[in-house]
Design a protein around this ligand. Structure first.
Ligand code: PLP
Length: 403
């Protein structure tokens, strides 16, 4: 059977991304530079990943020093920096144990397997159901796309994985009805990132914790985007009373741009995961852990978190004023801390392109939002500059709509 020849993309890259026609050569702090030296103000930070900005001196130093010493050994050996970072993460959270990964998706994968195995090891082999919420994003593995349930991300990939349910974000009654003797875990982002900066009200999170605890269901928090200082607390669930999960996924800012993720758990929730139950070649290797340790120490500093709260106050105030001046462009300002969403009237793609024309980089998001995810280290002057560039973006879009 002969078929017309398919054109091969010029860049030979699998076409799963809608890429901006822009490439960067280097970065420093909150700025990215093209090879021609043109500067852009970075309000997306690699999607909340370069949380400490570009080329942070402490991260560069850690990477260089470890790079000359030892990159990789297998997890069949002890890795001292892995133990150090695990201890620090446990000191600062509810957790007792940590499994390190190379990505957020793998942290989610570990969490979901851990939850099912917990019940299985207790003889509750029917408890396999994982409840997630619409608008969620947990990564792109099979389990992660079903945990989030976004129809666009599961379509065409064969029969659905059994045991996953998606409920409406914030529908308490549906949740109460759904939790039962077959429920293994509930997975949720305290602040949805990709879904368009939707923050779960703090009282809802506390209530969810109470419900799951009473039902013997594990609570998995996906803090991959909203955690590690982004909301002004080290972890977003800390804003809510008594909302510590059983399992928590982190990644993104943990490596500051170097691939590092982690699944944190209480010793109880992890009780099914014995020798051989899970593993990773690269996860937690010496190079990743050296950078992760340096990044975590910076992110966890009280000064960093204070700065985030100050900066987010500044953004909230000036973006509120901007939305009031441009109600034809910005419908709503939402999110939490420095995970900020602008729900737009014009398409978010058009807004991102117009912002790029103003040399400002913002991220897209669900529900026709753009997200502002500046580095936590952005200065107040840079934040004011970002707002000025957003204002120019709104002016340009208003002019274009009138033309
Ligand atoms: C980015 C993200 C993931 C997936 O992380 P990867 O490192 O891309 O695998 C999962 N959950 C949330 C909330 C995220 O923002």
């Amino acid at each position: 059977m002969s078929q017309p020849a398919r054109p091969v993309p010029e860049d030979h890259i699998l076409g799963v991304y809608n890429r901006a026609p822009l490439a960067f050569d280097h970065g420093r702090g909150s700025r990215l530079y093209t090879a021609e030296g043109e500067a852009y103000l970075d309000c997306l930070a690699g999607i909340a990943t370069t949380g400490l900005g570009h080329a942070h001196p402490k991260l560069v130093e850690a990477l260089k020093a470890q790079g000359e010493k030892l990159w990789h050994v297998s997890n069949i050996f002890r890795i001292p920096d892995q133990e150090r970072l695990a201890r620090r993460l446990c000191e600062e959270t509810f957790a007792d144990v940590v499994f390190f990964t190379n990505s957020g998706t793998e942290a989610v994968e570990c969490a979901l397997k851990m939850a099912r195995k917990y019940h299985w090891a207790r003889g509750e082999t029917d408890r396999i159901e994982i409840i997630g919420f619409d608008g969620a994003f947990h990564g792109r593995s099979y389990a992660a796309v079903y945990a989030a349930g976004n129809p666009a991300y599961v379509e065409g990939f064969g029969p659905p994985l059994p045991g996953y349910r998606t409920l409406k974000f914030g529908d308490h009654e549906a949740l109460k009805a759904a939790i039962g003797p077959k429920t293994a875990a509930v997975i949720i982002e305290p602040v949805q990132g990709e879904g368009g900066a939707r923050a779960l009200p703090e009282t809802c999170l506390s209530e969810l914790r109470r419900l799951t605890r009473e039902a013997g269901v594990l609570l998995i928090l996906d803090e991959i985007q909203c955690g590690l200082g982004r909301t002004g607390r080290l972890f977003a669930h800390e804003w809510a009373t008594d909302a510590a999960p059983d399992i928590m996924c982190v990644a993104k800012a943990l490596g500051g741009g170097f691939p590092v993720g982690a699944c944190l758990a209480t010793i109880e929730a992890a009780s099914g995961m014995g020798v051989g139950a899970h593993g990773s070649t690269y996860g937690g290797n010496p190079l990743a852990m050296a950078v992760g340790l340096a990044a975590f120490e910076e992110l966890a500093r009280a000064e960093t978190l204070d700065h985030v709260r100050r900066l987010s106050g500044l953004f909230a105030q000036s973006l509120g004023a901007l939305a009031a001046r441009f109600p034809d462009i910005i419908e709503e300002v939402r999110g939490k801390g420095l995970l900020i969403g602008l729900k737009l009237t014009p398409s978010n793609r058009a807004f991102m392109a117009a912002a790029r024309d103003e040399h400002l980089l913002v991220a897209g998001g669900g529900d026709n939002c753009v997200r502002l995810l500046p580095p936590l280290t952005m200065t107040e002057d840079e934040a004011r500059e970002a707002v000025a560039r957003l204002e120019a973006t709104c002016e340009a879009l208003r002019k274009a709509a009138a033309a």
